[in-house]
Design a protein. Sequence first.
Length: 59
Amino acid sequence: QRENQIEMEKTVRQFHRVPQHGGLGSDETSLGTTESEKSPVEDMACLGLRALKRLRPDE
């Protein structure tokens, strides 16, 4: 559980370093990771971040 928490925080920090190009659908490419490289934790983090961006598109 603790490892998952650390992995999630790492993924979120990595995501926030990426320049934001408004609009949905750009997240996958701007993350710069292919599907095969992603761990399930990263997939969940990406989905969660996309959901957040849908709720708060102005950020």
